[in-house]
Design a protein around this ligand. Structure first.
Ligand SMILES: Nc1ncnc2c1ncn2[C@@H]1O[C@H](COP(=O)(O)OP(=O)(O)OP(=O)(O)O)[C@@H](O)[C@H]1O
Ligand SMILES: O=P(O)(O)OC[C@H]1O[C@H](OP(=O)(O)OP(=O)(O)O)[C@H](O)[C@@H]1O
Ligand SMILES: [Mg+2]
Length: 282
């Protein structure tokens, strides 16, 4: 049975539960549940703190887990990233007070850097030979400068709202671009069941990225329309009962949906329908 670590709370948790449910795995019934056996899928889910997941997987106690790339690096655990999962995207950045704070990574020497990811920040500083002190905190790091225990912070930034409210601004390049990732032990072959899990998750991510488009078009315009919707291999073209017309079906990137519909209309397509794809294997 594949033993899977899943975030029990925090920013990763809801989206992780959602993608697993869409991948056909059982949902836990209440948020306090710590373990769930899904015998039909031959998996056992363990609901753990996201910060601890790379530690469990790295030790080999659990076979695979969902965590953040930033948390994986911060842990220093012998686990590796197998598959990026496309949610909980954030950057990890330095920031300092808007008025008169540190404004460049060249000026970090001798400063105190507050962070809830001290391992990640220490490694970044050491790689560059920067002699700064890392002040490890649990969260709400944005308050550390105003409260006088640090000169700069290094933290997760998504919209930047929290930084702005604290009177801070980012400086330098991001230390990291993070997102949720599937992790496996670094020092051994993954459990054979990991392949199926990764394939299912990839299927859901693809299904989310594409829609299915159907339309009717006169036979003489099929080539022009097919060029607008080439699909993955090639669009499906079927005859309609009226022999002058064809029906066409293809996958289209979700982000392009309306532009594609506009172009199809221009080349004479009609009855253009867009539907969701719930799952796929490509
Ligand atoms: N606002 C955010 N937007 C996107 N990702 C985020 C955000 N906040 C945290 N993350 C990501 O979530 C993961 C941290 O998970 P964690 O559960 O610790 O989040 P959290 O919501 O900060 O939890 P808590 O603050 O309750 O400890 C990291 O990978 C981090 O990059
Ligand atoms: O750029 P933003 O969209 O504002 O998001 C980033 C903030 O979100 C998270 O905070 P969280 O609410 O988890 O609190 P914490 O700092 O105590 O973890 C993260 O630690 C940042 O503080
Ligand atoms: Mg947080």
């Amino acid at each position: 049975m594949l033993r899977v670590a899943v975030p029990n709370k925090g920013a990763l948790s809801e989206a992780a539960h959602e993608i697993l449910a869409e991948s056909g795995y059982r949902r836990r019934r209440d948020p306090k549940q710590l373990r769930l056996v899904d015998a039909d899928n031959d998996v056992e889910l363990f609901f753990l703190r996201p910060r601890d997941i790379a530690v469990y997987v790295g030790s080999g106690t659990l076979d695979v887990g969902i965590t953040g790339r930033d948390l994986l690096i911060d842990s220093g655990a012998p686990a590796r990233e197998l598959l990026p999962l496309g949610f909980a995207r954030s950057t990890f950045r330095f920031a300092a007070p808007v008025d008169g704070g540190v404004a460049s990574t060249d000026a970090l020497g001798g400063t105190r850097v507050a962070a809830a990811y001290p391992g990640l920040v220490r490694a970044w500083l050491d790689e560059r030979g920067v002699d700064a002190t890392v002040v490890g905190l649990d969260g709400a790091v944005e308050s550390a400068v105003q409260l006088g225990i640090a000169d700069v912070i290094a933290d997760v930034v998504e919209t930047g709202t929290t930084l702005r409210q604290a009177g801070l601004q980012v400086f330098g390049e991001p230390l990291l671009e993070s997102e949720a990732v599937l992790v496996v032990p670094a020092d051994r072959d993954p459990h054979p069941g990991v392949d199926v899990l990764a394939r299912r998750l990839t299927g859901v991510m693809t299904a989310r990225r594409y829609v299915l488009i159907d339309y009717d078009v006169r036979n003489e315009h099929v080539e022009a329309a097919a060029a607008v919707t080439p699909g993955l291999e090639s669009p499906t073209v079927s005859p309609l009962h009226d022999s002058g017309w064809s029906a066409v079906r293809a996958m289209v990137p979700r982000a392009d949906t309306n532009a594609v519909m506009d172009e199809l209309w221009e080349v004479g397509a009609r009855a253009i329908l867009v539907t969701e794809i719930h799952a796929c294997r490509l």
